[in-house]
Design a binder for this molecule. Structure first.
Ligand code: ACO
Length: 423
């Protein structure tokens, strides 16, 4: 952060208040209003925090006007081409890509923590049939603190390392177990000889009667998807993680809250909704008819997978996923009619004034579901895949927040209810 030694002047009731101007490393400028209430007695009203930077962060840079996304200063396009998800997870959590030795230590830590406590398997046995895997996941992660209570000792660096590795590794096991349970098949345990993504696919699709053969293309595209979802600065779930974490709640409870936030259809839950929408458009047989519903102010229908609070141009992640999705389906010789619909919907929306005027472009969720379908991952698991990918980002933000001794997050409100004099 640079202090420009410049000030913005706010004038109120004949008094002038100087707000220091600060700038980030990519030139974003902010008025520092930290002392506003102390000096004026007033607060800022900023509903949904649309104009508020809640922290200083050195993890991820997003430029919504230019469609730029960097993790720790490295363009996401480069990371997708050159790195594995495990390396990117290390980058986010530790601040730099791992050396060969660091990668091997980190991978070892992931391996030795890939099993969840055997008693936790009973949770799956007693979950009602049809329960959404995101609800099961957030419950299970919260329960980790019961089985591994040392997570409360935040001051011990090795505990943080261990809890971080456990989360990144065991959530993958939980996700695959949840799937196996949902289809009534025996669970498949993780293997130390497989890479992170290969291990996940094996736990999902191996069975006693039909051994799963690792497909390198599937592993590669899963790595790419996880990398592209690994962090996105102060989105709803990450802000939830920082907010809850600021009360010094343990890491597992904090991440569980992040997962709950992610499950919403306006956030990570959109990837599941997108595919349902493509199917709906296929059924009604008309994009125009669907767009009319979207444009109707009395109708709550949205073009899912389109629009973003920050990106007012193409989401760079959507561009990469679209390209990889085409390549992967072609290579696998898969013809998914929903991909044809996705392409037509995108093309129509990009030519339509409603979407043009509002700067609505495809976001990360628009094509990801088509890839998951091609990988054989069921729709109810799509948001779980997002959660799996977002873990390193959440953990990095939690660590940064703990490290910078953030005060408990406690916004203000403007009370507009009955006043004493009205009673
Ligand atoms: N379909 C139709 N209209 C839309 C859409 C959409 N997907 N997104 C925004 N708009 C319209 C709004 O209705 C509004 O129109 P108005 O000015 O006539 O009232 C205008 O565009 C501005 O939209 P806001 O709702 O103010 O944008 P906001 O930044 O609050 O919302 C959001 C962003 C939630 C992502 C929104 O675009 C949306 O609901 N998209 C669909 C859901 C989705 O894909 N979510 C995933 C986002 S990425 C992620 O979280 C991983």
């Amino acid at each position: 952060m640079k202090d420009l030694n410049e000030f913005a002047t706010l004038s109120y009731k004949g008094k002038e208040i100087q707000l220091p101007v600060i700038t980030g490393s990519e030139g974003e400028t902010a008025f520092d209003a930290s002392d506003l209430r102390k000096t004026t007695g007033c607060v800022m009203l900023d509903k949904s925090l649309m104009n508020t930077a809640v922290c200083l962060s050195s993890i991820t840079y997003v430029n919504g006007e230019k469609g730029i996304l960097h993790y720790r200063g490295i363009p996401v396009e480069m990371l997708v081409e050159k790195c594995s998800f495990v390396e990117v997870a290390y980058l986010l959590v530790h601040g730099a890509l791992p050396t060969k030795e660091q990668k091997s230590t980190f991978s070892h830590l992931l391996n030795v923590n890939s099993l969840m406590h055997e008693d936790m398997r009973h949770f799956f046995d007693h979950s009602p049939c049809g329960a959404h895997p995101m609800h099961i996941l957030s419950t299970m992660i919260n329960a980790l603190a019961v089985f591994y209570p040392n997570v409360d000792q935040l001051s011990l660096k090795e505990d943080i390392e261990l809890s971080t590795a456990r989360l990144i590794s065991v959530v993958r096991t939980m996700a695959a177990f949840a799937y196996k349970k949902s289809i009534g098949e025996p669970v498949v345990y993780p293997r130390h000889d497989l890479s992170y993504c290969a291990n996940f696919l094996n736990m999902m699709f191996d069975s006693p009667v039909a051994p799963y053969e690792i497909n390198d293309d599937a592993v590669r595209i899963l790595n790419s998807l996880l990398i592209l979802h690994a962090d996105h600065e102060q989105n709803c779930s990450t802000t939830t993680v920082r907010t809850i974490g600021s009360a010094q709640v343990n890491l597992y409870a904090t991440i569980s809250a992040g997962i709950s936030a992610l499950s919403g259809p306006l956030h990570g839950g959109a990837n599941q909704e997108v595919v349902a929408m493509f199917r709906h458009i296929q059924e009604i047989g008309s994009i125009e008819k669907f767009f009319n519903q979207v444009k109707d102010k009395n109708c709550a229908t949205k073009l899912m997978g389109f629009g973003h609070r920050v990106y007012k141009t193409f989401d760079p992640r959507a561009k990469i996923i679209k390209k990889k999705c085409h390549e992967f389906l072609e290579k696998m010789n898969i013809h998914d009619p929903l991909l044809d619909i996705a392409r037509e919907v995108e093309e129509a929306a990009l030519k339509d004034d409603y979407f043009i005027e509002r700067n609505l472009y495809p976001n990360v969720d628009f094509y990801s579901g088509i890839v998951y379908r091609a990988l054989g991952i069921p729709e109810s698991m799509f948001t779980v895949m997002f959660a799996l990918a977002r873990l390193p980002g959440w953990i990095a933000h939690w660590q940064e927040m703990i490290g910078s001794k953030t005060k408990i997050v406690r916004p203000r409100q403007i009370y507009v209810g009955k006043s004493l004099k009205e009673l």
